[in-house]
Design a protein around this ligand. Sequence first.
Ligand code: FAD
Ligand code: NAI
Length: 477
Amino acid sequence: MSSEFDLIVIGAGPGGYIAAIRAAQLGLNVACIDAWRNAQGGPAPGGTCTNIGCIPSKALLQSSEHFEQAGHDFAAHGIGVSGLSIDVPVMQQRKAQVVKQNNEGILYLFKKNKVTFFHGTAALKGGNADAGWQVAVTGKDAEQVLSAKQIIVATGSVPRSLPGLDFDEQRVLSNDGALSIDAVPKTLGVIGAGVIGLEMGSVWRRLGAQVTLLEAMPDFLAAADAQIAKEALKQFTKQGLAIHLGAKITATKVLKNGVTVEWTNAKGEAQTLKVERLIVSVGRKPNTDSLGAQTIGLQLDERGFIQVDADCRTNLPGIWAVGDVVRGPMLAHKAEEEGVAVAERIAGQKPHVDFNTVPWVIYTAPEIAWVGQTEQQLKVAGRAYKAGSFPFMANGRARALGDTTGFVKMLADAQTDEILGVHIIGPMASELIAEAAVAMEFKAASEDIARICHAHPTLSESLKEAALGVAGRTLNF
Ligand code: FAD
Ligand code: NAI
């Protein structure tokens, strides 16, 4: 097998594997190297997203949502359920199967697109853009050296731990352990009420755990629109998640059968939380540990991210970096868009990624999704805007579904009517947000959405109604 390629991609998460496929489509001879191992030690491409992130979390969210609905919602439809139970090992096997299908799908796509896959750890060894960069791959049995004039680094991110509280994945869990719990704990603590904390906290609460979240910030979901965050806090609290804001962790102790957390609440009062298991979800950090960045002088910023310009170029010619290992939101679809754009740039094209139209989704129930600016961001920027909103309570499909929580809110420029942001909390928000992202990419006005025929009865009519609301003329509310 040749060791010379046009492009070597390091990491086969959503940033890397998508970049590799796109570059191969454009005629480049591509190698992709990924270190992830499955339970048998075999290759498991797909990165954090496929193995311990987006995919397994959504599998468990789905299983636990079915359980919750069977226990709480089916009766209203006249469906009786007796002897409802949850078999956690079966739920986990299903999750593992979903992950495996995705791993195998990526290996199939590599074959289909003639991307040469190497299973092992890659390290940058030396070279330059003219003669080619050398990358050593340490696999199961041996080391081999590959070379290419173009390199894309897509090594992703790893969970951040708290000082003095290492992950043991038994009592103190990162997202990896949080996705692999083998029996419903009676009590579960979560440090950090961000995206992972809320999604994982929801899974185990639905299955019967008493869940307490300790969040350092005084505001809940500070990145979301404040009105959406307020509604989310109300709904999650009603469901039984105990969420404490302004919490300061002062000490932790890992015991044989649980974890004790000493903390102070927003008023400064000392508190103690004793839980069987503790998830620590306080953010993630870039993963450059085994990359050999220093060996070749690849520049990192003060937080350890690979330093890149707006086009994902590093300080070294021919070396690019995408996804979680660079600045910007740590989202799979952001990594993918950057991967595609870099592959196209290498092939001489001029793509553009608009960070303002990257949607955010939190897959709780109700789901939360947004794209563009929040109301508080517009206020800080001093931009004059109009707002329209529509509650799912007034939507016929939501009533038929029995899921009327939440609302859609649209923000548009006061003068031009250009849509500046769309914020949704409610059923299928994750799917509904796509229409808003498309509209914003096309620089649509709220009136454009208001004048488009939406199928009836659908949840998407709520988006149209929110757009009508911008002009103060909702029809069904
Ligand atoms: P990664 O997916 O982290 O992939 C990097 C790959 O590089 C890994 O396979 C790693 O093994 C490999 N690697 C690293 N160093 C080397 C090396 N030296 N040699 C060889 N291989 C190496 N995002 C969403 O958009 N939607 C979601 O619903 C969502 N849910 C999430 C849920 C959880 C619990 C978590 C933790 C994350 C979630 N994310 C979600 C975030 C998403 O997983 C990441 O943004 C995404 O995986 C980043 O992709 P990436 O390609 O940059 O890196
Ligand atoms: P996060 O940034 O979403 O949330 C971390 C939370 O922990 C913040 O609210 C922060 O204020 C809090 N925190 C930090 N230090 C703390 C401390 N010492 N004590 C108490 N609270 C503390 O990070 P999270 O949840 O770890 O997820 C990492 C990333 O993974 C997300 O930012 C997101 O990009 C990605 N992700 C995306 C998902 C999605 O798109 N649905 C799902 C899960 C993760």
